[in-house]
Design a protein around this ligand. Structure first.
Ligand SMILES: [Fe+2]
Length: 327
């Protein structure tokens, strides 16, 4: 799981401030009135601009607060912030005062055959109510069944039966949150015999049925293409770009046991040139879109991430200029 909030040692004043702001009420965390007002006052920071964003890691906090870098927005992993209080929330609230925020979840298991975890959904709603993110996204996959949970995001077959389940789950999430969400293309390890649709056809149908948007993860496109033997360019060329509201630009996929023709997902290294190429191709079709520099493991120094964000901003600027010229 990426972008761990981890543990940290709060100062007494930090803890007191946090405790005063939030109270627990059964399973749900209720946002205190002062915090709601504070977020509301930041309404001008709610939209996610078509710029580079960075996955917020607590290790970046001091650099961000001290220097207020020109980063367009930050993204958090929803599951890292589902507890009521503590230093992670205290720091995130400070970040939110100055930057737009996006929330990315991996725990709803929208591809499961069974019902959604209602308590988890309520925790996600509480988090969204608390921080008013500009975008909320979930991964297309499943990670639990019958009350058991796996620390994996698993792919699913693409057919009418799974389409029905996925759309019902997205409907339920969107109704609960009172907003539309984005669904992210997963990384897969091959194709299922029971699939009768391509992933692009499946996601296009999901968008048409639920009205959700899409999060295009170009690293996942590359990993899936390598594992399935399909063309990453073909995937990008057929993807319904008009519904893409965010792009994930992940780190370089690691070779599994250094075997060059089989890859697993990792976001633990810098962005590989091949992934940059796929990203540029996506921009040429989609136009400039909010793009997350996605790190999860071995998170580097802030200066490294900031430089990568700068490179993405330059590309997005160029894309916008080219679009203006051809308009
Ligand atoms: Fe991603």
């Amino acid at each position: 799981m990426r972008r761990g909030a981890g543990t940290d040692i709060a100062s007494d004043s930090d803890e007191k401030a946090t405790q005063q702001e939030f109270v627990r009420s059964g399973e749900q965390v209720v946002c205190a009135e002062s915090a709601v007002k504070e977020v509301a006052e930041n309404a001008g920071l709610d939209g996610i601009p078509a710029r580079a964003g960075v996955g917020f890691d607590l290790a970046f906090y001091q650099d961000i607060i001290d220097h207020r870098p020109a980063v367009g927005w930050f993204e958090i992993l929803a599951e890292d912030y589902m507890e009521a209080g503590g230093l992670p929330h205290h720091k995130l609230r400070k970040i939110r005062e100055h930057y737009p925020l996006s929330v990315y979840g991996v725990g709803m298991s929208i591809g499961s055959h069974g019902p959604l975890d209602k308590a988890h959904l309520l925790r996600l709603k509480t988090l969204c109510d608390r921080y008013q993110p500009g975008l909320v996204s979930e991964h297309l996959g499943w990670s639990g069944l019958g009350g058991m949970y796996l620390n994996e995001l698993l792919p699913l077959p693409y057919n009418d039966r799974t389409l029905e389940h996925v759309c019902a789950h997205i409907d339920e999430i969107q109704t609960c949150l009172g907003r539309s969400i984005l669904v992210e293309n997963p990384s897969t390890f091959g194709t299922f015999l029971s699939s009768d649709k391509s992933e692009v056809e499946f996601l296009s149908a999901v968008v048409q049925i639920t009205g959700c948007g899409l999060l295009l993860d170009v690293n996942n496109v590359y990993v899936s293409a390598v594992n399935s033997g399909l063309s990453a360019d073909g995937y990008i060329d057929s993807f319904p770009m008009t519904h893409v509201e965010e792009i994930h630009l992940g780190a370089r996929p690691l070779g599994r046991n250094e075997v060059p023709d089989s890859f697993e997902v990792s976001h633990a290294r810098d962005v590989a040139e091949i992934v940059w190429q796929i990203y540029r191709r996506a921009l040429s079709r989609a136009g400039a879109k909010p793009t997350l520099i996605e790190w999860s493991n071995d998170v580097p120094a802030w200066s490294v991430v900031a430089e990568e964000a700068h490179q993405v901003d330059l590309l997005l600027e160029l894309t916008e200029k080219n679009d203006d010229r051809s308009a």
